[in-house]
Write a protein that binds this ligand. Structure first.
Ligand code: NAP
Length: 286
């Protein structure tokens, strides 16, 4: 990779960013297509988010990803927000468009692409049970609703966050039935019985943690399980799903697909999918 005076700079802001796999994945794609771009990590603490965005703007940075904890907080510092990002109240990709910084959300696109590819499932008409109501859930709910699901149940530890998410989405998708649930066993049993797809969008599963009580036995035999967590590759939820013979997938495909969509937004080029996925898997194995 040669850096010249014309090299366009891409990057990722977050706190922390040291663990991010995006630099390896994006630079592999840049190299594969021989583009004059470079992708670098920028650690940004929450107190300095506004100054950092202004700095990126003034430095002419071409585009950047946004990760925890800035996905919602960045919105006031941008000039325009794409409709899907507006709907879920979260931005994970920023593009320079003329003088403007425009916020997009490719997490939802990545999630849907992975459900279609890794689970072979078209969510149109499905009933989906979402565990969680944070940033990742918001992207998934907006994407699923846009894809024409029939019913979305949002089960979150903090009920008010689930209620707020439904209020945000219900008017935009009047044809979708939204239900709020707690994580109590009896409520989950009822919702799992009617679900085609269970999606974990919480951080439970990272470092091998598990839900206190998730009655997976209630999911029908044809039910599917998607866990957005990708480290470890097999969370306790996915291990149990496999034991029960349920089709399941982790969040690696989503991570790859959101990165591919961001790459295309910045470069106007189709992302080299297999190279990006190979690089991601290699980094995850390391
Ligand atoms: P977030 O906004 O902080 O939301 C965290 C969610 O997890 C909330 O709903 C929270 O519930 C719930 N939660 C946390 N600890 C819990 C526990 N012990 N029991 C039950 N619920 C718990 O985070 P996020 O951005 O949505 O990210 C969530 C997860 O998705 C992370 O593991 C992240 O790595 C993953 N993710 C993956 C991808 C991908 O590409 N695969 C993309 C984005 C995110 P409360 O509301 O009650 O706090």
């Amino acid at each position: 990779m040669r850096i010249s005076g014309k090299t366009r700079v891409l990057g990722i802001i977050g706190a922390p960013v040291g663990h991010s796999l995006s630099p390896a994945m994006q630079n592999a794609a840049i190299e594969e297509l021989g583009l004059d771009y470079v992708y670098v990590p920028f650690p940004v603490e929450p107190d300095f988010l506004g100054q950092a965005v202004e700095g990126l703007r003034r430095l002419g940075v071409w585009g950047f990803n946004v990760t925890i904890p800035h996905k919602s907080a960045i919105i006031p510092f941008l000039d325009r927000i794409a409709p899907e990002a507006e709907l879920c109240g979260a931005v994970n990709t920023v593009c320079r468009e003329g003088e403007l910084l425009v916020g997009y959300n490719t997490d939802g696109i990545g999630f849907l692409a992975s459900v279609r590819e890794d689970l072979g499932h078209d969510p149109r008409g499905s009933s989906v049970l979402i565990l969680g109501a944070g940033g990742a859930a918001r992207g998934a709910v907006a994407a699923l609703a846009g894809a024409g699901v029939a019913c979305i149940v949002i089960a979150n530890r903090t009920r008010e966050r689930g209620v707020a998410l439904v209020e945000r989405c219900q008017s935009a998708f009047p044809g979708v039935r939204f239900v709020v649930s707690s994580l109590a066993e009896d409520e989950l049993v009822e919702h799992l019985r009617g679900a085609d797809l269970l999606v974990n969008t919480t951080s439970v599963g990272m470092n091998g943690t598990n839900f206190e009580c998730l009655p997976l036995f209630a999911l029908p035999p044809a039910g599917l399980v998607y866990d957005m967590v990708y480290v470890p590759a097999e969370t306790p939820l996915l291990a149990e799903a496999k034991t029960r013979g349920l089709a399941c997938a982790n969040g690696t495909g989503m991570l790859a697909a959101q990165g591919e969509a961001a790459f295309s937004l910045w470069t106007g080029r189709q992302a080299p999918r297999s190279i990006m996925r190979q690089k991601l898997l290699a980094e995850l194995e390391r």
